[in-house]
Design a protein around this ligand. Sequence first.
Ligand code: NDP
Length: 338
Amino acid sequence: NRRIVLASRPHGAPTEANFRLETGHVPTPSAGQILLRTVWLSLDPYMRGRMSEGPSYVPPVAINEVMGAGTVAIVERSDHPDYAEGDWVVSNSGWQDFALSDGKDLFKLSGPVLKHPSWALGMLGMPGFTAYMGLLDIGQPQPGETVVVAAATGAVGSIVGQIAKLKGCYVVGIAGGADKCRYAEESLGFDRCLDHRAGDFAESLKRHCPEGIDVYFESVGGKVFSAVLPLMNTKGRIPVCGLIADYNSTEPAVGPNQLPQFQGTILRKRLRVQGFIITQDYGHRFGEFFSQMSQWVAEDRFVFREDSVEGLDHAPETFIGMLEGKNFGKVLIRVAGD
Ligand code: NDP
């Protein structure tokens, strides 16, 4: 049983030295337990927060503890009445080949999702759920409104933009680089996608949002937010989902203090800015999301790109790359064959 543990806490961007691969015995289930074999491991930006101590919405991983993660796993052995060998489940079993569970944190996969089990970590799982609730419950997009979404080709952003299109909105994505922007326009069906690394990004955003911005789905922060804020319309909504541009920061941002401008805009434009943590705020509505999204997926309404890498040992470098925008789509590690 291979497992990747947190070896040390990063200062700034994580490095491979912060992780350690260990090998041990495959655990044996005792009464009421299930042995899970990881097939797909989900890598998500929130894991950066868990590598550090200090305030975050998820408790830190302890040093020498296995890195936590959502997984899709197969039941290898079961001493639990509700699970049988060969069942597919979504689990929180982390960066390792095998794990034991008492069944309480498992979600059994059945029906069409079994055709593509990794979707349970993507558009039919936590990222899709985040997109759905953040956009629809907080953003409340109306037909004809302008919706801007950051990290537009990623797991969450790609679904946000596609739901906004279904709701009849004009959708502008923001992504890193020409390839991602082309993909957002040609494959995801966004009206526009703009490269946040381009020198004229702020002007270009203004030009392509001629009627201002009604909903900004925030996943990034930093320079992207500075370009969006002046374009927000009166009564605009900003679901604050993530701030990935700052996850590796070690110092407060330098430069002019933009807080008065930010608060002034909230006041004058009467903006609604609301943070949310998907599991804590919306855990009770997963069923509602899952049935609607499953229907849309069955109707082929969504495109969902996965960026999967073979082998548990590649998880650290893949995770580090995701925080730098090297991924193109939902980041997954294929740990074992099925
Ligand atoms: P993605 O698949 O979108 O991957 C992360 C992407 O962030 C990168 O590919 C990169 O895209 C972009 N990025 C990284 N650094 C920067 C930067 N400095 N400026 C602009 N963009 C940057 O990840 P997810 O879809 O899984 O997550 C997206 C966001 O949603 C994250 O902030 C995450 O923390 C948040 N989240 C929040 C949840 C909640 O409950 N609140 C739940 C799930 C996710 P590009 O190359 O296009 O710049």
